[in-house]
Ligand binder design. Structure first.
Ligand SMILES: [Mg+2]
Length: 174
């Protein structure tokens, strides 16, 4: 049973921010100043499964991180936009290219730079530790903080609502 007050059968595409969503808000930085973002393996499983079931997944980040790009490419994400501070412009172009209507798109963000892009999506989602303004702009606040399974929480509910969550043997393979 979904905890999201939205017709999840409509969702065809999900857009994720990285910092504070797929990776925690607090990022270790090494001696050279390089951040070490993290990947949640349960998120990654759900992202890979969602793509295999025909959902579109995109990642839009204001930052640049080749290691994250490579990792999410390996999970099957083809639309990864980095160093893109104007997330709304990226979002609108991506939606137009894929012929996606607002009500078919979910956006997951955690902080102020996400708000304009969020307004392009029918389903607006944030982690439990999102900024207050983002919580106010969201129609679903996940019970978990960024980097701790927000994507898993959302995708499990979307795929379940569409009868696509673990339906065949191949779904168990990783
Ligand atoms: Mg963020």
């Amino acid at each position: 049973m979904s905890r999201i007050d939205y017709n999840l059968s409509d969702i065809r595409a999900i857009v994720f921010d990285i910092d504070g969503v797929l990776s925690p808000s607090t990022v270790p930085v090494d001696e050279e100043g390089r951040p070490s973002r993290m990947i949640n393996v349960k998120d990654s499983f759900a992202i890979r499964l969602a793509i295999s079931k025909g959902l579109k997944v995109a990642i839009i980040s204001g930052a640049t991180d080749p290691r994250m790009q490579e990792a999410y490419s390996r999970f099957g994400v083809t639309d990864i936009f980095m160093s893109r501070p104007d997330k709304k412009a990226v979002m609108l172009r991506w939606m137009a290219d894929a012929s996606l209507a607002r009500h078919e798109v979910a956006y997951v963000g955690d902080d102020i730079p996400d708000i304009p892009a969020m307004t392009c999506a029918g389903l607006r989602v944030c982690p439990a530790d999102a900024a207050d303004d983002v919580k106010e702009a969201s129609n679903y606040i996940s019970r978990v903080p960024g980097g701790h399974g927000v994507a898993r929480d959302l995708l499990e509910q979307i795929l379940s609502a569409q009868d696509k969550w673990i339906t065949e043997h191949n779904d168990y393979l990783w």
